[in-house]
Structures are given as structure tokens and as C-alpha cells.
Design a protein. Structure first.
Length: 424
């Protein structure tokens, strides 16, 4: 297994390019299943999760070609196997995003249950409930969600769907299914993440009729057919937020090309309160920071967009570890998302966890050690901690990082970090 070797203590300077968003690219690859015409996606990030999704759709009989410049061409005219097998789903929960499009276009779908994952149980009951409200007959057996249209039906039927909680991939599944359903679907309590809006824009470019995306009520008038399109994947706000935290913690002056400050309000506000100077600039975001102990620790609660993202909790915690004062961080979205804490403590951080609450008392310095990545964003948090720690940090199990960050170590090296990948 590859490792990262980080020698901490350098400030970061220069420019770094923000890639397309993982969490937009994954549903958008599935949206291409909704039409028999060719779809072109631009700015698709080079990630393990994208490779897994491509494998998943190719396995259905879809032709998908990926070029080095981030262009992916998908031709789903030959889709003949509306199935997502366990072997692929188990490595990537987002595979459940195939359910809505397959059901809408093919009238049936067999998708493995994603099962638990490191950060909590992550059920898909809401996805099932919403699609059932649109008329799908769904049974869960032998570890699979088996869904089909009732006998004699040609399309799903529009419905009013109110989920028990805000769910991002749930909202995406409903959007894609409703785009081809008969009549109107209204999604109440819809997720408002920028990736939802990006998916909605892509569907509109394919001929879908959608209003209200970016708010908690989305209306979709189903159409009979969708056509091909070319769509550019929105910039990854979590990758950008990760770089912002890295620069804020190490100190430095970096421009994040293509970064969208308007998608990171909650994180940027906290960084400013911590003492970093973060500004939207033409075509990106600029962050300047004195770094280290000049920063003030900041408490926050993770919530749905536009609140503080759970996907940024671990990275901001790394910054809090070396800031002045004490901060209380509350994780409200996932039940078990503090696995980075024990590893940060190995680097010298002072953190107490009680259920969903972590209290971080800033220390003057962290010291390099061997640590282990446990999930995607936890890995990013350990990279940030390694960049500020004295001496050498070795980060093991970085396949988690490769799932969701496009060339992270090369990008960090480009702005002056001393970081290298050690091949297994
Ligand atoms: C998406 C993101 C992930 C992010 C998360 C929250 C993708 C591919 N992944 O995950 O990076 O951390 O949003 O911002 O976009 N829930 C249920 N039943 C359901 C669905 C969800 O109980 O049917 C619960 C989940 O367990 C969780 C909460 O609802 O506690 C929110 O989850 P959800 O928004 O669905 O997360 P994902 O879409 O899986």
C-alpha cells in the first residue's frame, strides 16, 4: 500500500488548481444513463471513485471513454444490464446513485445495498421510500435493492416526496428519476448543496424541466425523453476548503484557481475568524495566513449546506489543533466521524471526544509520527497536521485519499510542501 511521507514546517506559496467536484461528477456520470444519446462531461477529476463509477456503468453495457484532460464521453445507448453488483458498490457508497436513473430509463434496477462504512451506518431507506412514492415496486433481498415498475407501467409517476432528513444522494436520485417520470414531482426538504444545482443544470441541458434547485423545494415536470449534452463539472468545494485549511494552518499565500468562494461561505467565515485572510479573486480564492499559533481556534457544528460541511470537519480540526485557545466541534450528520482524532493525538494534539462533540485545546506544536488514514476526509486532516508538525509524518493507507483527491501530493508540492508518495 502506498504511503505519504511529509516533512512539516514549510509555508505554502503560489497557485494551485482546484479540480472538478467528486460529489458532482459521480451523480452526473449516472445521469448519463438517462439518455441513449452521447453525453460529454468536462472537468471530471482523476479519482479512484470516478474509476469505480466508470467500471460500474461499463458493466451495464455503457461505453465510457476517459481522456487525460478530464473529458469523459458516455454512450449509454447499449445499456443492457441494469445492475450494480456488490463487488463494486461495497467500495463506493455513491453507487446507489445508479438506482434512480436505471429505474427511470429501463423500468428496472438491481443495486446492491451499500452496507455500513467507517463513518456510520448510512442507510438508504429514504432513497427507497421516495422511489416507492413514485410507484416503483421495491424489495430488498439477498443484500440487493430490486426495483421495477408495476406491470403495464411505462414510466414512474411524479409524486410529492418529503424525506425524514436532508439527504444529498437521495435528492439526486429523486431528481434523476423524476426527470423522466410522468407528471410533476415536488421534493420537499431537498438538499441544497452546490452539487445538486450542478446536477440539475446538467439535467436541464439534457431537456429536463426543473425549478427551485439550490432551495429546499425542487419541482420537476417529467419529460418523455432526455437528449445528450456537454456539461462542465463544478469545482470541488471540499478540495478547495481542504487547501484553504492547509494554507491557513501552515501559513503562506496561495491562490486557488477555479475555487468557488461562494460555495464555501461557512468555512471561509470560520477561517477569517481564526485569523486568515481569505478573499474571492477573479477566477478563484486567495488565502493569506500567518499560520500556526497566531491563529485562534474556532468551534462549529456541521450541518447541511449552506452550513458548515461535515466533509470539512476533520480538516478544520487539524487547524484547531495548533491554534490558540479551545474549540468545540459538534458533528451532527454522521454518527462516527471522529476517527481522525486518535491519529491527531498521536501527533501531539489535545482532543477529548464525548459522543458527537470534540473539544480541541490548541497546542504550540505537533510532532511528526506514523499515522493511519481511516477515511477520505480524515486522511486530508492528517495531511494538514503533517504539514504543520515538526519532523517527519508517514501517512499509511492513503488509498482513502486517492478515492477523493486528484493528485493531492503533487498539488501540495507545487505550492512548496515537502511531501512525497512512497510506492508500496
Ligand atoms: C453525501 C456526500 C458525502 C457527504 C454527505 C453529507 C456524495 C457522493 N457524498 O453523502 O460526501 O458527507 O452527503 O454532506 O455526494 N440517511 C438516512 N437514510 C437515507 C439517506 C441518508 O438515514 O436514506 C442519513 C445518513 O445516514 C446521514 C444523513 O442522512 O446521517 C445525511 O446523509 P446523506 O446526505 O444522504 O449523505 P450521502 O448522500 O450519502
Amino acid at each position: 500500500m502506498d504511503k505519504l511521507l511529509i516533512r512539516g514546517g514549510r509555508s505554502l506559496q503560489g497557485e494551485v488548481l482546484v479540480s472538478g467536484a467528486k460529489n458532482a461528477a459521480l451523480p452526473e456520470l449516472c445521469a448519463a444513463l438517462l439518455t441513449a444519446e452521447p453525453v460529454t462531461l468536462l472537468n471530471v477529476p482523476q479519482l479512484q471513485d470516478v474509476s469505480t463509477m466508470l467500471k460500474l456503468i461499463r458493466n451495464m453495457g455503457v461505453v465510457a471513454e476517459r481522456a487525460d484532460d478530464g473529458t469523459v464521453r458516455i454512450d449509454a445507448s447499449g445499456l443492457n444490464t441494469p445492475e450494480a453488483p456488490y463487488e463494486l458498490v461495497k467500495t463506493m457508497r455513491a453507487s446507489v446513485l445508479a438506482l434512480g436513473p436505471l429505474l427511470a430509463r429501463f423500468g428496472e434496477a438491481t443495486v446492491s445495498l451499500p452496507g455500513g462504512c467507517a463513518i456510520g451506518s448510512r442507510p438508504v431507506d429514504q432513497h427507497i421510500k421516495g422511489l416507492a412514492a413514485m410507484g416503483a415496486e421495491i424489495v430488498v433481498e439477498h443484500g440487493y435493492i430490486i426495483a421495477k415498475l408495476p406491470a403495464g407501467w411505462k414510466r414512474l409517476k411524479g409524486a410529492r416526496i418529503t424525506t425524514d432528513m436532508v439527504t444529498v444522494t437521495g435528492t439526486e436520485n429523486f431528481l434523476m428519476a423524476a426527470a423522466l417520470a410522468e407528471g410533476e414531482t415536488v421534493l420537499e426538504n431537498a438538499a441544497q448543496e452546490p452539487e445538486i444545482s450542478d446536477l440539475a443544470e446538467m439535467l436541464i441541458a439534457m431537456g429536463a424541466k426543473i425549478e427551485g434547485h439550490g432551495t429546499s423545494r425542487i419541482r420537476i415536470q417529467g419529460v418523455e425523453k432526455l437528449h445528450g449534452c456537454t456539461h462542465r463539472v463544478v469545482a470541488d468545494r471540499i478540495e478547495a476548503g481542504t487547501f484553504l485549511c492547509a494554507v491557513a494552518a501552515t501559513g503562506g499565500d496561495v491562490v486557488l484557481r477555479h475555487g468557488r468562494a461562494d460555495h464555501l461561505d461557512a468555512v471561509i467565515e470560520k477561517l477569517r475568524e481564526a485569523g486568515a485572510d481569505v478573499q474571492a479573486v477573479e477566477g478563484g480564492i486567495r488565502v493569506k495566513s500567518p499560520g500556526g499559533a497566531t491563529l485562534k481556534a474556532q468551534g462549529f457544528r456541521t450541518t447541511e449546506y449552506p452550513g458548515f460541511p461535515t466533509d470539512m470537519q476533520a480538516q478544520f480540526m487539524a487547524l484547531n489543533c495548533i491554534a490558540q485557545g479551545t474549540a468545540t466541534v459538534t458533528e451532527t450528520i454522521f454518527e462516527n466521524r471522529f476517527m481522525h482524532v486518535n491519529e491527531l493525538v498521536r501527533l501531539g494534539a489535545k482532543i477529548q471526544v464525548d459522543g458527537k462533540v470534540a473539544v480541541i485545546e490548541g497546542v504550540p506544536r505537533l510532532s511528526g509520527a506514523t499515522v493511519m488514514a481511516t477515511d477520505l476526509r480524515a486522511s486530508a486532516s492528517l495531511v494538514i497536521a503533517g504539514l504543520v508538525a515538526d519532523g517527519e509524518t508517514v501517512l499509511d493507507r492513503i488509498y482513502h485519499l486517492d478515492r477523493g483527491y486528484d493528485c493531492m501530493e503533487a498539488k501540495l508540492r507545487g505550492i512548496g510542501a515537502d511531501i512525497e508518495r512512497v510506492k508500496a
